[in-house]
Every structure is written in C-alpha cells, then in structure tokens.
Design a protein around this ligand. Structure first.
Ligand code: GLC
Length: 555
C-alpha cells in the first residue's frame, strides 16, 4: 500500500472545531484511579496518552457534576462543580492542564433541559406554593379529572411511562411536574428568565475555568409548545416537546457569550432530528456544530448512507456551522453490534430513535467489525467534524447479556422491562487481557467495576491490540493519521461506481470508496493508488478493494 506523506499535524488554529475529531469519554467507564469501581478524572488524565496517540483533537466529558446518578449524571444537582467521586475540582484542573499540554481541547457536557430533583431549585419548588416563583422555574400544572388525579396532558416520557409526576396526594396541592425523561429529571421552564440567567452564569463559570466548549444535551428540547396540548397519538413522536422555534433564541444568546471570549469556543448541540431540521441549528449566530444522528440510524447500505449524507450536505447551504458525524455514543448500541446483527428481536420502545439504534439479537462480530471500521473510514472522509466514543477504537461490541439485576439505565425500569436500555455500551473499558477488571481498576481495588465486564472483554483489551498491526486499534491510528492529509476545504463530489452496493466520493485528491456488499471492487486507475483501507486489498497490486471495506485512493 502506498504510504501517505507524513507531516506534522498542523497546529489547529481558527475554527478548529470545523473538522475536529473529538473522543467522547463516558468518565464512569474509562479508567478508575482510586479503586472504587467507578472511573474518574485522574483515570482520564492517566489515559490521555492512549487518546492522544489516536490522533484526535480533543475530548468531551459526559456529565461529571454532583448528581444522584439516576440517569448517568444527566440528572445534575449542581452545575458549577465536579462530583467528588470523579476527583472533584482538583482532578478537573489536573485533567484540563494535561489536556491543553498535549494540544487537545476539552469540552464539557451542558444539561439545560432538566436538572436533578435534588437540585436546590427543585427542592425549593417542592415546598413552595402552587403559582410561586419557585415553581415557575419548572413546568408545574394542576392535574385533570377528579381531585386532579390525572396528568395534565397525555405526553409520554422518552424513557417510558407518563411525562408527568404528581408531587403528593394533598388535595390542596397535588400539582404535577413535567419530565421529558426520568421522574428524577424535572424539565426547566425556559420562559422564566431566571433559568436563562442561571445558564448564562454556568457557561461563563466553565469558560472562565478554561474549557473549550460544550456539548449541549437534548438541545432541541428546552422550549415546549406553549399550550402543552394533548397528542393525537401519545405512543408516537411528540412534536410539541422538540424543535419549537423559540429554542433558537437560547442559542443566539449563548453564542454571544461564547464569542465574547474571543478564543474560538464551540457549542455543539445534540439534535435528534432529520438532516434538514438539524442543520437549522447551525445557522449564523447559533450553534457551531450540530450533533447529528441520521447516518448512525441507517442500515449498512450504500443507498441509505448516500441519501443521509446528501440530505445533510443539502441542509448546509446558507448555514454557518458544521455537522458532526458519529457512529457510536453512550445512548446507542455499538456499531459492531448494529452492523453485525443477524436477526433483530421484536422490540417495544416509546422512543422512536431506540427502534433504529438499540435492536437486540445474535451478532456476527467479524462482519460487524468489518462494517464498523469501513463506516468509520467513510465518515472520516466527510466534511465536518467526527465524534468517536470510547471503546470503538478497540472494536468493542455491545454487551447485550448484562445480568438483569445489574442494569442501571432508568429505561429498563420505566419501560417495565420492555426495553433493556443503554448499559451495554457503558461497560467499563478493558485495558489489559488479564486482571480482575481487565485493568479498569487496580487488581487490589476495593470495589468491582460498577457494571460487570464479560469474560470475552479480554479478547478486545487494549494491550492485546497495542502492537498488532491488524488490530482495530491500529486501524484507528492509521485512519486518523491519514485524515490529516485530507483537504478540509475541498467539497464532496459523488463518483460513479456502476454498482449499487459501492459508494464513492472525492474530496480534493482523495477518493473514498466503500464496498457495502457483494464482491470486491476495482476503482478506475485515475482515482489513484490505495493509501488507507479498513481491510487489506485483495490483490498484489493493491487496487482491488475487499467487499465490506472502505479504501481511500489518492492521485
Ligand atoms: C441525552 C443524553 C442521554 C440522556 C438524555 C437525558 O440524550 O445523551 O444519555 O439520558 O439526554 O438527559
């Protein structure tokens, strides 16, 4: 294979976020430095060499604020500090310094749609009277029916069950509060100016401490339809809960704050919408990046991938920000499992996104791995930024068979065990093939990992892959290195392949070709020589691309 010219990665300068590769850290599951079975920030600091060696531009920390952890930290009790279980503020300062020393960026997770029911504002609201300023920071309503015993409307929580919880049975005050997710996560009332001011302060607090941006949780949810109308079909999607026009005002306000720092901060919104709507969030003066999941939800098929990419690119006309591409996260089944699923079990979920991203069933791991790395090399060639999720560089499949009594995701209980939820992609990382917790905690750790690791994790351990040129880890390092040669200013131009199962496009000198199915493929000579591929070429001349793989060709 022709080796790409090696250059020193250019120092990321203005608008570094436009084509950045960010490594997502589910902190609880990355590395445990103090033996309590829970990953922490000193564990991340110790693992920064592993992350930096991949060739990423930065890291994003899932929430590590004080939290009762009913929803993996997305139930924040205090937005201004780091929880002691992750090492508190001293560990955060050590990590931030170590990250910046390596020239990497650090993004935090901002959770503005809801807080924890343990947040002091919600505790104040519970003891305040109906109609009080304390209640007005949340979405409290009287119930319907006799004695207000029925919820104010028929909305369902994304995690299952009603989206409303009644605070007590007192007939004088039996109000209900809205929670789009778990009942421990009351939604804020973004019509209340105090909420906006509180979050302005939160942004400034962390920007002042030196972080480089925020990933914004369910960014399209903060503003609800003013009348909270009943749904015609409560089991379907809820258009009144998401994507209300007023939400864009919040981003304009935040963008003014982030721009005022003059140091190229980024705001990345999590938006589970079709491409045409998602790209609305990166209009000039709003978010810099939109966290976008349409591609992740597609089957491994050339036509589906092409359509999703084309719709995104079409949505970029006239906007200012960039899309982000991701194939894995802490909310979906790992890509090896999604693409290797042999037969999906019937599934029942109130969350339409779950049906496409968390199907269960037997998996062909080899097939899934080939497809997952092929898809990775494809997204690395797209315009925009790429987010990787810890463990995908090891080719980890989803842990589908966690013992039921160890499951922690609130989806499991709220769906009355109809849906297993997201624990299987959050199992602590295997660093070494041996040891009680595969190197996640020290062998003499007091506690076992917070979720049990299966015995087969040994096969995926980082130390097994470290020096193996054929490992998934070696592939990630090679692919991310190759991406430094991509001309990020170049537009995407589709190329004709003559086959429905082969997708190809060019960006500058590089032609990216994916053979989704069928037999191997020989690209035209003018596309150049193979410079990087997810599987070895199938001929001595290194031009035939294997079925189920992606290759980059360069002239
Ligand atoms: C986002 C997070 C998810 C969380 C939910 C509620 O989708 O990624 O993990 O459960 O928001 O905060």
């Amino acid at each position: 294979m022709t080796v790409l010219r090696t250059t020193v990665p250019s120092e990321k300068t203005a608008q570094w976020w436009r084509d950045s590769i960010i490594y997502q850290l589910y902190v609880k599951s990355f590395a445990d430095s103090d033996g309590d079975g829970v990953g922490d920030l000193d564990g991340v600091t110790a693992g920064l060499d592993h992350i930096a060696r991949l060739g990423v531009d930065g890291i994003w920390l899932n929430p590590c604020y004080p939290s009762p952890n009913r929803d993996g930290g997305y139930d924040v009790a205090d937005y201004t500090r780091i929880d002691g279980r992750y090492g508190g503020m001293p560990a955060f300062e050590r990590l931030l310094a170590a990250t910046h020393d390596r020239g990497l960026k650090l993004l935090m997770d901002l959770v503005p749609n809801h807080c924890s029911d343990q947040h002091e504002w919600f505790q104040q609201a519970l003891v305040a009277a109906p109609g009080s300023p304390e209640r007005d920071r949340f979405i409290f309503r009287d119930g319907r029916g006799v004695d207000g015993a029925e919820p104010p409307n028929n909305w369902r929580s994304t995690f299952g069950g009603s989206a409303w919880t009644r605070i007590n049975d007192d007939p004088g005050d039996a109000q209900w509060y809205l929670h789009s997710f778990d009942s421990s996560q009351p939604d804020f009332n973004w019509q209340n100016e105090q909420v906006g001011q509180m979050f302005d302060d939160v942004l400034r607090t962390w920007f002042d401490r030196g972080i480089d941006g925020f990933r914004i949780d369910v960014a399209y949810a903060m503003v609800k339809h003013a009348e909270l109308p009943d749904l015609a079909d409560p089991a379907g999607d809820n258009p009144y809960l998401w994507n209300q026009p007023g939400v864009h005002e919040i981003f304009k306000r935040w963008r003014k704050i982030s721009d005022s720092y003059g140091r190229d901060l980024t705001l990345l919104g999590e938006v589970w919408l079709p491409p045409a709507d998602a790209t609305d969030y990166i209009r000039a003066g709003e978010l810099n990046q939109v966290f976008y999941f349409d591609l992740l939800q597609q089957p491994f098929e050339a036509g589906a991938f092409r359509l999703s990419i084309a719709e995104t690119l079409a949505g970029l006309k006239g906007v200012d920000g960039v899309p982000t591409w991701t194939l894995n996260s802490h909310d979906v089944h790992r890509s090896v499992t999604r693409y290797g699923l042999v037969e999906a079990e019937p599934m029942n979920s109130p969350d339409v996104n779950a049906l496409r991203t968390r199907a269960r069933g037997p998996v062909d791991v080899e097939l899934g791995t080939h497809r997952a790395i092929a898809a990775t090399l494809l997204v690395l060639a797209l315009p925009g930024s790429v987010y990787l999720y810890q463990g995908e560089e090891l080719g980890l499949p989803e842990v589908q068979d966690l013992p039921e009594d160890t499951r922690q995701d609130p989806i499991w209980a709220r769906s009355e065990h109809a849906e297993y939820g997201r624990d299987g992609c959050r199992v602590p990382m295997p660093w070494s093939a041996s040891g009680r917790s595969f190197g996640f905690s020290a062998d003499d750790a007091v506690s076992a990992p917070w979720l049990p690791q299966p015995a087969w994790f040994a096969d995926f351990a980082a130390d097994r892959q470290q020096d193996d040129p054929d490992s998934v880890l070696a592939f990630y390092r090679r692919a991310l290195h190759a991406r430094q040669q991509l001309d990020q200013a170049a537009d995407l131009e589709w190329l004709e392949t003559g086959r429905e199962d082969v997708l190809a496009f060019r960006r500058g000198a590089i032609s990216c070709v994916t053979v989704f199915d069928g037999c191997s493929f020989m690209p035209p000579a003018e596309w150049g020589a193979l410079v990087c591929s997810s599987l070895p070429a199938v001929d001595a001349a290194e031009r035939w691309l294997a079925a189920g793989s992606t290759g980059w060709y360069a002239v």
